[in-house]
Ligand binder design. Structure first.
Ligand SMILES: NC(=O)c1ccc[n+]([C@@H]2O[C@H](COP(=O)([O-])OP(=O)(O)OC[C@H]3O[C@@H](n4cnc5c(N)ncnc54)[C@H](O)[C@@H]3O)[C@@H](O)[C@H]2O)c1
Ligand SMILES: [Zn+2]
Length: 356
């Protein structure tokens, strides 16, 4: 449950539950017409069971497909979706269902936030990243040539429906990248989850269903608690940026190719752990535990040599810049405890060359 007063919503987590969304949707009291937004990759596996479940529950669904890939999370495809929704005569009571990863979730979310000034949104995330991160919290966006996620809105879903069995078809590299956000949530706010991962990460990555349900549940609880405290990211929600300051800089410098988001953030978390220790904020053992877990998830933990240098410092400053050129950098004090430190890009990166 995400506790946001009148905008609260449940997060339902299970295995093999895609076929049961229909009856649950009836409880939401939305209109009979619904739209499902997905892409051809996800559609191939999961469209039919979902459509059948909705049909059996009395819903009439229109399936809208956007091509696969981040490059389609843009205003052209947003306009395409508006057109199709108008054609399908969806109204303000109609729910829009996002069936896919974070790209589909963000694009569909923004569509639902703005179509008819906001219609009910249901998130059905099918990547690990989307299940533990992007489907919860209400951030929606599309990209603009001038920047990623530049056009967006907060629009909380009415329901998040997570079927961990859908991860079975997810490419291995995407499973690994999704693990980054799980390790992040555990490191910043979930010492118990961190211990569970230390004991079982290989089994989680082998997609053991019972374990996955437990891990996804604990993750969503952590994210939901942060969102409930700070829905619009005015303060505390920034802890979720752990590893992301450097991660975003790496993504930017490599032009969003080469590294998946989770891989860049894994490097960023290992870096933040080293920086925290170098500044005397945490024990070496805290740093080492974080890096060890990332490595067990087959994630990268070193800044690629060709990126170290002045341009990386500048890229760090370009991300989430605060007054006086200082970046609000999330450091770690212990597993489950963080501290914001305000640093310039050079102060952040001074450490990368091994000068500390
Ligand atoms: N709104 C938020 O709070 C938030 C948070 C984090 C990230 N994001 C956004 O999420 C996006 C990244 O999401 P992502 O990592 O899920 O990437 P993605 O949506 O591109 O999915 C990754 C790949 O997996 C495929 N796929 C999805 N589900 C599958 C399944 N079950 N089986 C087989 N293939 C499947 C997709 O078609 C795609 O090729 C970015 O645009 C990012 O900005 C948003
Ligand atoms: Zn992230």
């Amino acid at each position: 449950m995400v506790d946001l007063g009148a905008r609260s919503y449940p997060i339902c987590i299970g295995a093999g539950t895609l076929e049961r969304l229909g009856p649950r949707l009836q409880e939401l009291k939305v209109g009979r017409r619904v739209a499902i937004v997905t892409n051809p990759v996800v559609s191939r596996f999961y469209r039919e069971p979902l459509v059948q479940s909705l049909k059996a529950a009395g819903f009439e669904s229109t399936v809208l497909q956007v091509p696969d890939g981040e490059e389609h999370k843009n205003m052209a495809w947003l306009a395409f979706l508006y057109d199709r929704l108008v054609d399908a005569r969806l109204d303000r009571e109609s729910a829009i269902i996002a069936l896919g990863g974070g790209v589909i979730g963000d694009l569909t979310g923004f569509t639902a936030a703005t179509f008819q000034r906001g219609v009910p949104l249901v998130q059905v995330p099918t990547t690990l990243l989307a299940q533990v991160d992007s489907s919860v919290g209400g951030k929606t966006a599309v990209n603009h040539p001038g920047g990623k996620n530049l056009i967006g809105a907060f629009h909380q879903p009415r329901l998040v429906w997570i079927d961990v069995a859908t991860l079975k078809t997810l490419p291995r590299r995407e499973v690994q990248a999704g693990m980054t956000e799980i390790i992040k949530h555990a490191a910043i706010l979930g010492p118990q989850l961190f211990e569970l991962l230390e004991a079982e990460i290989e089994a989680v990555m082998a997609l053991d269903e019972a374990l996955l349900i437990e891990v996804v549940r604990q993750n969503c609880a952590i994210k939901a608690a942060v969102v409930a405290q700070d829905e619009r990211e005015s303060g505390h929600r920034a802890v979720l940026n752990f590893g992301h300051t450097l991660g975003h800089a790496i993504e930017m410098l490599t032009e969003y190719r080469g590294y998946l988001h989770g891989e860049a953030v894994a490097i960023g978390m290992a870096f933040a752990a080293r920086l925290s220790h170098a500044r005397g904020l945490c024990e070496a053992s805290v740093r080492d535990r974080i890096i060890a877990l990332l490595q067990r998830a087959a994630l990268p933990t070193e800044i690629p040599k060709e990126l170290v240098g002045r341009h990386l410092a500048l890229a760090v400053e370009a991300d989430k810049k605060v007054s006086g050129g200082k970046v609000k950098f999330v450091c770690i004090e212990d597993i489950g405890r963080t501290k914001f430190v305000y640093l310039t890009g050079d102060e952040v990166l001074g450490h990368a060359g091994g000068t500390h």
